[in-house]
Every structure is written in structure tokens, then in C-alpha cells.
Write a protein of this length. Structure first.
Length: 416
């Protein structure tokens, strides 16, 4: 339900869980100049607040609330960046504290509305985020994905990391954070989700008491279909790494709300999502070119990527085999059992998601963002209805954009 304009609340009374999950998501445009800023703010919100200005005081209040902790993260949703504040609290029925939920929402209010935003906390959070970004940069497998997306998605949201950028981070000041916090509370789209064994009337009252927001005008897009006019290309970068890493990307020309999205999910599963897939069979098991390989969809951007690590002498062969397996799907050169098994894997994953609170909340949020009301059971029906012709059609519609390789500095140059 919409509490006020662009501020929503979803309640999912679900007695299969033994605790209550609370997710508060703030959505803003994904832009390079503010991605680092909002990631920094996320760290500061869940670190300390004005009422509990030391880490010991924060730890003490969390202990008093039976281990309830607040965490935060930033995630990309196509053209949008979402800053999520989340927590889980034990079902009050299992403890002798009738005021537990009241205390938890008071704690969330203090952390969200009155975080400790001073120079010392700012410098500490900045160091934490800088270290995280440097670790990602130094991890070869993660670097190849981040840099591959920057190159292939240049000029689009795909090229922007939702975690942020080291250069942009260095420019930030405490005043920037103060402005970002004010913008978060007063100008961004807000979606709140509470899931678990809840009393809906009680939760609604607590939200209205402790998490009251003003109406706001928000003109914001999230999902889109990536499109590039550039020809398919190959690029290579040399770094100090132990193993060469390959990143390949296709534009799917299919949006997450399109009817062909479900055939695309099945095709991707057949291609490289599971150990039963063509990529796993042909690249790993048959030719022993890699230890692991994965194909995945970037659904809110309309893209598909393949990532793997190989030895330098196997780069060209691995890329050729990957392209061949992609063409096999599009040409229908696979047995029906592959599709049947892949569907079963997806369906089992969807069914299992009903027992995972983070997955339930993620599904509720996706429906909210996409203005849909598609249940897990309906998703399963759509997966099961996919045909061989559907799978062939969606892969014929995809176009390869880029192959990007990161390899050892002393390797000889190789071509695609």
C-alpha cells in the first residue's frame, strides 16, 4: 500500500519464519558521481547514531534487542541505485519482552533519522569503503567483471558500479554526506517491506509512529534494455594475476517485463547457469579448460554475461567453445533433456525461495518496482510453458558485444 506519494509499505504475514524481517529501500538514479556517496552513507547509517555514539553503546543496544542488528548495502537495479537498510528481529512470542518491536522500531528510527555524521565517523567510513573498493579492484575475478561492464556498457548504467568509484570517493566531504542524508529522507522513493509472523495492524502503527515520511515527487526509471551500436569487439588487459580471466557479454534485447524473459531464463540456464549446462559440460568437463564457468543475466539492464578463469594458452580455445555453445542453443542443437533438466533446476530454485526470507523480500520488492503482482507459482508456470522454439528464438535475438580478458603481464599478446 502507498502510505504517501512514492512511499510504500508491504506486509507479508508468513508464519513459516521464526523471526521478522524489515527492509527499507531508498531508490535514486544510478550515477557515477553519487554512487560512492550513497554507499558511504549506507556505512555510516548502520555504524553509530547520535543517541548511541560509541560502538560499545551500539553493541549494548543490539544485545538488549536479542541480537538485532542493522545492516546496509547499495545495489544496482538497472538505471537506479537502491540503498537498503535491513534488520531481522526474533519473534516477540519467543521472548519475555512485549515491547520488543516497539524498541526495535525506535532503534531503527534513531539509526536512520539521526546517524552519527561527524568528521571522525566520516573519515572512518571513508577508509572502510576505500578498502572494500581496493579489495574488489585487486581481486582478478571481480575486476574483470567490473572493467568488462565499464567497457561494454560505456555511456549506460551498466558501466557504473553501485558500490562506487575510488576517484569519486576521494572527492567526497562530510557536507556531501549531510546533503545526501537529507535527500535520502525527503526526496527519494521509499519502499518498506516487513515479513514474518506479524500482526499487520501493529506493524502498520509502528511504521506510522517511527518511520513517517513526507510525500515526494520522484521521476525515476529502473529497468531498461541495453543497446549498443558498436560492433562485437575483443579487448585484453595485462595485470599481475595468477590466472587469466574472461568476461563476455551479450545484449539480450529482452526486458525483464517482456514475455520472452522467461524463455531467456531457461535458455541462460541451459547455456551456463548450472552444472548441467552446455558451458559446464563442454568447457570444464570435456576439455578441462577451467575450474568454474557461469552464465548469468543482468535482468534490469537486458544483458547476459559469461565469466571464467583459464590458463593463458587456453584463452582463444575457451572463447571459441563458449561462442559455439551459444550458437548451439540458438540453432536448437541440444537434446530435449537439457531443457527439461534446466527447467527443473529453475523451478526447484523458485520453490526453495519460498523458504528464504531474503528471497521472499526480494520478490516482493521486484514486483513493487516493476508494478507487477506475479507470484512464485505463476513464475513456475511460465518457466514450465517455455518451448524449444522459444529458447531458440531468444538466443537468436541476442547479440555479442564484447570479450574482455585480463591476463598475466608476461603473456604474449593473443587475438580473438
Amino acid at each position: 500500500m502507498e502510505l504517501v506519494k512514492n512511499v510504500s509499505l508491504q506486509l507479508d504475514k508468513n508464519d513459516k519464519f521464526k523471526d521478522i524481517g524489515i527492509s527499507i529501500r531508498f531508490m535514486a538514479p544510478l550515477r557515477k558521481e553519487i554512487a560512492s556517496l550513497r554507499s558511504l552513507l549506507a556505512i555510516m547509517i548502520c555504524d553509530r547514531c547520535e543517541k548511541y555514539p560509541t560502538k560499545k553503546q551500539m553493541s549494548d543496544i543490539q544485545d538488549n534487542l536479542y541480537g538485532t542488528q542493522i545492516s546496509a548495502q547499495t545495489v544496482g537495479y538497472g538505471k537506479a541505485q537502491v540503498l537498503e537498510i535491513r534488520t531481522r528481529v526474533i519473534d516477540p512470542r519467543y521472548v519475555k519482552d512485549k515491547e520488543l518491536l516497539q524498541s526495535v522500531f525506535e532503534y531503527i528510527h534513531e539509526a536512520l533519522f539521526h546517524p552519527l555524521l561527524n568528521e571522525a565517523a566520516f573519515n572512518e567510513a571513508k577508509a572502510v569503503l576505500k578498502a572494500k573498493l581496493m579489495r574488489l579492484r585487486d581481486d582478478a575475478a571481480q575486476y574483470v567483471v567490473a572493467q568488462g561492464l565499464r567497457l561494454a556498457g560505456a555511456g549506460n548504467s551498466l558501466a557504473i558500479s553501485s558500490l562506487g568509484d575510488l576517484e569519486e570517493l576521494e572527492k567526497l566531504t562530510l557536507d556531501d554526506v549531510l546533503r545526501a542524508h537529507k535527500h535520502l529522507l525527503h526526496e527519494e522513493r521509499i519502499d518498506m517491506i516487513v515479513c514474518g509472523p506479524i500482526d499487520e495492524a501493529q506493524i502498520t502503527a509502528l511504521i506510522q509512529q517511527h518511520l513517517s515520511f513526507q510525500a515526494r515527487d520522484v521521476d525515476l526509471e529502473s529497468h531498461y534494455v541495453f543497446h549498443s551500436e558498436q560492433a562485437s569487439r575483443y579487448e585484453k588487459e595485462q595485470r599481475v594475476v595468477n590466472q587469466c580471466n574472461i568476461f563476455m557479454m551479450w545484449q539480450t534485447n529482452i526486458g525483464i517485463c517482456d514475455a520472452d524473459y522467461y524463455p531467456l531464463r531457461v535458455a541462460n540456464a541451459m547455456f551456463g547457469q548450472y552444472p548441467t549446462s552446455l558451458l559446464f559440460r563442454e568447457v570444464r568437463e570435456k576439455r578441462s579448460l577451467c575450474y568454474n564457468i557461469l552464465a548469468s543475466l543482468i535482468s534490469f539492464d537486458g544483458a547476459m554475461v559469461v565469466t571464467t578463469g583459464v590458463e593463458a594458452e587456453n584463452i582463444d580455445q575457451a572463447i571459441d567453445v563458449i561462442h559455439t555453445q551459444f550458437q548451439r542453443i540458438g540453432n536448437g542443437e541440444f537434446d530435449e533433456e537439457l531443457m527439461t533438466v534446466s527447467k527443473t533446476m529453475i523451478v526447484n530454485s523458485l520453490r526453495a525461495s519460498k523458504d528464504s526470507m531474503p528471497s521472499v523480500i526480494a520478490q516482493l520488492y521486484q514486483n513493487q518496482v516493476l508494478n507487477q503482482s506475479i507470484s512464485i507459482d505463476e513464475r513456475i508456470k511460465r518457466i514450465q510453458a517455455v518451448t524449444i522454439d522459444d529458447v531458440k528464438r531468444v538466443f537468436k535475438n541476442c547479440r555479442h558485444c564484447m570479450s574482455f580478458v585480463v591476463c598475466q603481464e608476461d603473456d604474449q599478446d593473443e587475438t580473438d
